[in-house]
Design a binder for this molecule. Sequence first.
Ligand code: G3P
Ligand code: CA
Length: 348
Amino acid sequence: MSYAKTLTGQRPVVIAHRGASGYRPEHTLAAYELAIAQGADFIEPDLVMTADGVLIARHDNVLDFSTNVRDLPQFTEKKTTKVIDGANHTGWFSEDFTHAEIRQLRARERQTGSVPTPFRPANCQFDDRWPVPTLTDVIQLAQAGGVGIYPETKHPTHILKETGIDINEVLLDTLQLHGITNFDDLPVYIQSFEVQNLQRLRQEMRKRNMDLRLVQLLGDRGQPFDIAQAGGSTTYADMATRDGLAHIARYANGVGPEKYHFILPKDEAGRLNPGEATSFVRNAHAARLLVHPYTFRGENRSLPKNFQGKQPHNELQLGNLVGEIERFLQTGIDGFFTDHPDLGRQAQ
Ligand code: G3P
Ligand code: CA
């Protein structure tokens, strides 16, 4: 398939979002292995911290969203209520578990909603088969599989406050331990929705003589949590302006924007139309920033109306994700996050 000119002139990269999470419970080695087999260029571990400073691959520090923790009596007393980045949750949290305790858990398909429901019911057939991987497991898999990694540091401000451990330090230590100091050792992009931890990462990498790539994520609303905590007023919308992008380019190599809000908006009927891209990709490229939007999902419920399958009321049916990605590739994006790396590869 053709794509518009990217920043580097290289073909856009496929980033397996939480592994091949369309087909396996997210953030399991099985999900990452399948992504590699499907041709992904990068596998994405979201990272949270254990009490004893081990980075593990989970989307949230809330373990009950994606493990069997609630069924294990030895952990009943760890259930508690916390405010995470401004939101209340009662459950089990990674920072209250040692790594030895995390190893007793098994991964499950993500539970979502006020009445917890599996995000992808078909993936429940794999529930309780696999443990929760560490960052080390993911690095070793990527090194053996010949792909890069695209870690996201989750809740850095919260983790520092709860544990006194800086997620950035542990991340860089772990990468160095595996001989990874620059992009040629292993392609590594580190992403975050927060700002200060990316800026700190840049400084820390300079001190350590490391040269990995950093990506500023941009949410479709609100502002980075660390900026809000510090009483700042800068929003993601501010950061996506030409001036905002020029500022990001001082510490990051790329941006990870929400795809519809920033790049190709849907119309009022929920359709994607040709020729309606914003100036975001052009502006980001002018600032020498790569653009890797998130998240491309194949099911009807996640697709624009004109890319849904023949039974649009069947929200779990796969529609025309390849077509949707092809439409975005015409905007000049440099890569994309997808739950369905095989379909991403077809579009690429
Ligand atoms: O990291 C890009 C995208 O994954 C951000 O969203 O919530 O899936 O981590 P989330
Ligand atoms: Ca992520």
